[in-house]
Design a protein around this ligand. Sequence first.
Ligand code: NAD
Length: 315
Amino acid sequence: MEKILVIGANGQIGSELVDALTVKHGVENVIAADIAPASLYGAANYVHVDVLDSARLAKVVDSYDVTQVYQLAALLSVTGEQAPLKAWTLNINGLLNILELARERGLAGKPLRLFWPSSIAAFGPHTPAVDTPQLAVMDPTTIYGISKQAGERLCDYYFSKYGIDVRSIRYPGIISYKSPPGGGTTDYAIAIFHAAKQAEPYTCFLGPETTLPMIYMPDAIRATIELMAAPAAQIRTRSAYNVSGLSFSPAQLAQAIKQLLPDFEMRYQPDDRQEIADSWPQSLDDTHARADWGWRADVGLAQLVKDMLENVRAA
Ligand code: NAD
C-alpha cells in the first residue's frame, strides 16, 4: 500500500495530481501539502508544509509512513526572474531536502520513491530547437532553467551515489483550466481561452510564430503517474525524461480557436517573455520515454481547444 505526499498541492499541477492519485490509490492514502494554511481545492487530507523546513518535512513523512513524495513546489520562469535568489533557494533546497530525506529513510530501511519535475526551461539557445534530443547541449538562460538543470544533475547524482529512486520529466508548457497557471512563459496558452470564452480579444505576450512544446494536463498527469508506476529497472534516465505532447505557435492556437469561435481576435505585443521563449525548444524527441516506460501522448490541438473552451470558466 502506497502512502503519497504531494508538496505544492495547491498549484496548477498539484491540484490535479492529488485528484488523480486519489482515484488510483484511495483518498486515505494521498496527503496534499502546501505552504498555504489550507487546501484551495478541497483535498481530503491536507497538511501545511514548507518544503524548506526539513524537520517538518521529516515529521510529516514519518507520521504518515509516506512511501512516495511528489515535490512540486517551485518558483517558475517568469516569477523566478523577479526574485532569482528566492527561486534558486526554493527550487534547489526544496529538492535537496527531499533527496536527503530519501537518503536517510533508505538507510533506516524505509525507502522513498520521489518525483520531481524538470522543465523544457533546462534547455537553452544552443540546444537544437527542433526535435530536441534527450541528451543535448543545455545552456539555460533563466534562473529557473539553471535550477532545473542543476536539479536534474542532483537527481542523477543521488540515484548513482545513494540508489535513491528519483524520477523526473521535463514538462513542456502545461495547459489546464482547473487552477490558474503559476507564472510561466507558456501561460499565454491558458489566458487566451479565458479571453476567448468572454468574447474578448487577446493580446499575446509572445510573437505569432513562437512555437513551443506544450502538453494538455490529462496527458501530463498520466505521464507522471505512469513514470512513477514503472518498474525501477526500466527507468534508465535518472536526470529527467523528454516527454512530448504537442507543439504549436500562438498563431496556430488562435487559428484553432477561430475554428470554433470565428469572431475571436488575437493581437500581439511581445514583452520580456519573448526572449525566454526564444531560448527554449520548439519540439521534443521523447524516444527514451517511449522506449523505457511506454509513454505516448493522447491529446492533439483540436481536442485540446474544444475541451478548454467547454471547461474554462468565463469569469
Ligand atoms: P504553481 O506555481 O502553480 O504551484 C506551486 C505550488 O507550490 C503553489 O501552490 C505554492 O503555494 C507552493 N509552494 C511555494 N513555495 C512552497 C514551499 N516553500 N513549501 C511548500 N509549497 C510551496 O506551479 P505548477 O505550475 O503547479 O508547477 C509545479 C512544478 O512543475 C514546478 O516544479 C514547476 O517548475 C514544474 N513545471 C511546471 C510547468 C507548467 O507549465 N505548469 C512546466 C514545466 C515544469
